[in-house]
Design a protein around this ligand. Structure first.
Ligand SMILES: *Cc1c(COP(=O)(O)O)cnc(C)c1O
Length: 359
């Protein structure tokens, strides 16, 4: 299905665009266009278009506003030194988008439409990729239940869209080790719930815990499992890794309550191929404290598309606190950050075919 392209008749002038993408931060600077595809019971997927980015007018009884039937994705387009542009593993995002849709009783968007929508949008807005260090174009595909109906049931109409946003460094001031607050009161996902689906609702439930973390002087919250409140799961929007003094690394297993991160999967692959011993096993908060104190644990880091790899400096709970290693960026953490960044930016070989060039 080809995308109808209706160019923005009044795009942002080049000088204004240059000013906006000089230091864009994350999630605030948007491009001239957006992608849209509709789904209805009777027509299936239809009307794929690239148009000027504009506001949505929705009826107040639109289903998503009431029952949160919504899913999203996040991936980046990188400008390479040779001028080419590449996406990182969009096929994995396409598959996860279908998995999320199934869990939320939404229609599955075929992979070619998912990837095609992103390709078409990136082509239209390629000039919005910042050339600054660490710059990229962040793509935000999402889908909402657009039927106007207050009955509780899977909607009969859906709207899929993609936004593009110029991005600099995710953290203000660049990569710096972060502090974590361990939430013992709130959990993010229970067995049988939606923890493995990329749905907005998971973020809604994480925000009160994130505010508590910030009130306690920490940067981010880390969640424990909902059943035993003992096993470390993940941050509000990033997976977590542990590095040990014997060179091995560990991350919690995908049991259905953790979001299967593509950055997580990529790091596991790089680590295995580098000959590191890798474990996908449960790790308890008590063990983390003990291993940090004994020196058996040397590093911890969080990972996700937006910030790629973020070192963890310290961890605090209601009646405890501990530092990871020296509180700085460990060498294994730095290595994954550099290695992934080099592949994404076309500055290192891509042995797994993770890059998807856009021509
Ligand atoms: C998106 C997300 C991640 C990271 O996934 P990536 O594919 O690496 O970006 C981790 N945890 C949660 C809850 C997420 O929503």
């Amino acid at each position: 299905m080809p995308f109808a392209f209706v160019p923005n008749a009044a795009p942002i002038p080049a000088s204004e665009r240059a000013a906006r993408i000089a230091d864009p931060g994350f999630g605030r600077v948007f491009t001239d266009h957006m992608a849209t595809i509709r789904w209805s019971d009777d027509k299936g997927w239809h009307e794929p278009t690239i148009t000027a980015r504009t506001t949505l007018t929705v009826d107040p009884a639109t289903a998503v506003l009431h029952y949160a039937q919504e899913i999203f994705e996040g991936l980046k387009a990188y400008r390479h030194d040779d001028g080419g542009i590449a996406l990182f593993r969009p096929d994995a995002n396409a598959q996860r988008f279908r998995d999320s849709a199934r869990r939320m009783a939404m229609p599955e968007l075929p992979d070619d439409l998912f990837i095609g929508s992103i390709e078409a949008l990136v082509k239209a807005d390629a000039d919005w990729i910042p050339s600054i260090d660490g710059g990229s174009l962040y793509l935000r595909p999402f889908m909402i239940a657009s039927e106007v109906f207050l009955g509780v049931k899977p909607a009969a109409e859906y709207l899929y869209m993609v936004l593009a946003s110029s991005a600099g460094s995710y953290w203000k001031g660049g990569v710096r080790p972060i502090s974590l607050w361990v939430s013992h009161d709130y959990t993010r996902a229970a067995p049988g719930g939606t923890g493995a689906a990329k749905c907005g609702g998971n973020y809604a439930t994480s925000l009160v815990a994130q505010s508590e973390a910030m009130r306690r002087g920490c940067d981010q919250v880390v969640f424990l499992d909902a059943t035993e409140r003992r096993w470390i799961e993940e941050l509000g929007g990033m997976n977590i890794f542990f590095v040990f003094d014997d060179g091995s690394i560990q991350t919690p297993p995908l049991t259905g309550t953790i979001l299967p991160g593509i950055t997580r999967a990529s790091i596991l692959q790089l680590a295995r191929d580098a000959g590191l011993s890798v474990r996908e096993e449960l790790y308890s908060i008590d063990q983390w404290r003990e291993d940090a104190a004994s020196g058996r644990l040397t590093e911890s880091f969080a990972c996700g598309t937006a910030a790629v790899v973020t070192p963890i400096a310290s961890v605090a709970g209601p009646d405890y606190g501990f530092t990871i290693g020296s509180g700085g960026t460990g060498q294994t953490t730095q290595r994954f950050l550099d290695q992934l960044g080099a592949i994404q930016r076309g500055r290192a070989p891509d042995p797994y075919g993770w890059l998807h060039p856009i021509v």
